[in-house]
Design a protein around this ligand. Structure first.
Ligand code: ADP
Ligand code: MG
Length: 479
């Protein structure tokens, strides 16, 4: 083993330290907090560790750094100090060393930063050394994803209100809005914001007991308690929390017994001035099969919605993710993705991860062409969602002509131009071939489609008002 001013990390030492940490802190804490750490250097008795996010750095510093130092010092007396550095790109290198038999290419280094197994349980109480009782079984609260923190949430017009509300609830020690009800479509960041609130509260006020779980899990626990005739302690558990967060409450719609129990729990907590945060895919008023009493209670606090993403937000998210991954993604590729993958952020992330993984494995740079090739299936799935019929309908509405004129033989400018726009958009926004497009427009020839596409491209350059029309239609169709 090397000693001295500047020495390489002795991996075997670090492995032994990690083994001890695992024994002492348990599997889940180990997975959440220790596996993402990469030991990078040993300098003047100071071990430098790098972790993927600032949040992890702070958490590890307060909770584990002392122990790591002590254990390491036991292995190697020259080690006197531990410092933590935030470095997204380092993570995978550690993982590769830890198990995979692949050489650690620099790019590979980051993929797991997007998907680390960094999950942590939210214990009912902070991991206090005083052996505090934990009234809530660990199975009650669901794991929190270490990546879902405020600093990783990209804010834009569609989500700024929900973000601000979440921030407010997380930062105020008193109950601010009760309940905070977040709603929005799939993959728009509800769960992310909820975890972020939970993390933040736990960090700011560790004595407050925070429980985060899905409505399904709430239901399941309740049904199990019923079966074990143990509803009293079930109630006690829930009613003794400071902050109760239930994700996807649409799942309890229609489940009467659970709903009733939830309603009582809810009331009891609100009456005691405890904070409640809920999420759903719909607003309280559109949640069907929910009793009126519960519905009105759900709407009695602050209701904040997450709107579908805009092009700008998607681009911002891609910028942030690429940076987190430490990968250079050409602007063109990002714009292409932001244009094409519009349904939700999860898919957008998935697409980026896939591109990055490919670039890492094959080692090539990312071009628009490779992107298109790699994401063919995904892009096609999206195109399927946007049909030519829909394009025709929207364009006809926009230019105030009849949809039937999209396929009619009329040639007057008033209908021919919109028809060309619709053809152009079909070409841009779907993966239909030229002959297919021609057929959808009253059995026209593919050369007519080519002509339409060229014509529109030309007009867009010459006429800004027209360009704005096309741009607007594109955005409308994409969202
Ligand atoms: P929901 O719960 O609304 O279905 P999630 O919170 O699970 O959606 O979000 C899906 C994925 O997209 C997550 O990985 C999340 O981190 C990411 N995501 C969503 N919105 C944002 C955002 N504004 N900034 C960064 N990541 C986001
Ligand atoms: Mg969710």
């Amino acid at each position: 083993m090397k000693r001295g001013n500047e020495a390489a990390i002795d991996q075997a030492e670090w492995d032994r330290v990690k083994t001890r940490l695992k024994q002492e802190f348990g599997d889940s804490a180990y997975k959440s907090w220790v596996t993402p750490i990469v030991a990078t250097a040993l300098r003047d008795g100071e071990v430098e560790l790098s972790v993927p996010t600032r949040f992890m750095r702070d958490w590890i510093t307060t909770h584990y750094a002392d122990r790591i130092r002590a254990l390491w010092n036991g292995e190697n007396p020259t080690v006197r100090k531990i410092t933590l550095k935030v470095e997204a790109g380092k993570v995978e290198a550690g993982k590769v060393e830890a198990g995979k038999a692949e050489p650690a290419k620099p790019l590979q280094a980051s993929a797991p930063a997007l998907r680390p197994q960094a999950f942590a349980r939210v214990p009912a109480r902070p991991a206090a050394a005083d052996g505090a009782v934990q009234p809530l079984g660990p199975d009650l609260s669901a794991p929190l994803d270490a990546r879902y923190v405020f600093e990783n949430f990209v804010v834009g017009k569609p989500n700024e209100f929900a973000y601000a509300a979440a921030k407010r609830v997380a930062e105020s020690d008193q109950v601010s809005f009760n309940p905070l009800f977040l709603y929005g479509g799939v993959g728009l960041g509800k769960t992310h914001l909820m975890h972020a609130i939970a993390w933040e509260i736990r960090q700011r006020t560790p004595h407050r007991r925070v429980i985060y779980l899905s409505a399904e899990k709430f239901m399941y626990s309740f049904v199990r308690a019923l079966r074990n005739q143990d509803t009293v302690s079930f109630k006690e558990q829930f009613r003794s929390v400071d902050v109760l967060m239930i994700d996807d409450v649409q799942f309890i719609a229609g489940k009467d017994a659970t709903q009733e129990e939830f309603f009582h729990t809810f009331n009891a907590l609100v009456d005691q001035g405890r904070q409640i945060v809920l999420s759903a895919d719909k607003s309280p008023s559109s949640l069907e099969e929910i009793g009126d009493r519960l519905r009105s209670r759900l709407s009695s606090g602050l209701v904040a919605d997450l709107h579908p993403t805009t092009f700008e937000l998607r681009l911002g998210i891609l910028d942030a993710k690429a940076e987190q991954l430490g990968v250079l993604v050409p602007q063109k590729v990002k714009e292409f993705l932001a244009h094409k993958i519009t349904s939700n952020v999860r898919e957008l992330e998935g697409a980026l991860t896939r591109l990055v993984a490919h670039a890492q494995l094959v080692g090539g740079s990312l071009s628009l062409e490779t992107t298109q090739e790699l994401l063919q299936d995904l892009l096609r799935a999206h195109d399927r969602r946007l049909t030519m019929e829909e394009i025709q309908k929207r364009v006809a509405e926009h230019f105030k002509i009849r949809v039937s004129d999209m396929s009619s033989a009329r040639r007057s400018r008033a209908v021919a131009r919109p028809r060309q726009v619709a053809m152009y958009l079909s070409k841009q926004l779907t993966s239909r071939s030229l002959p297919e497009i021609g057929r959808a427009f009253g059995g026209r020839d593919h050369t007519t489609v080519i002509h339409a596409v060229r014509k529109i491209e030309e007009l867009v350059k010459l006429d800004t008002a027209f360009a704005e029309d096309v741009e607007l239609l594109t955005r409308m169709l994409e969202s």
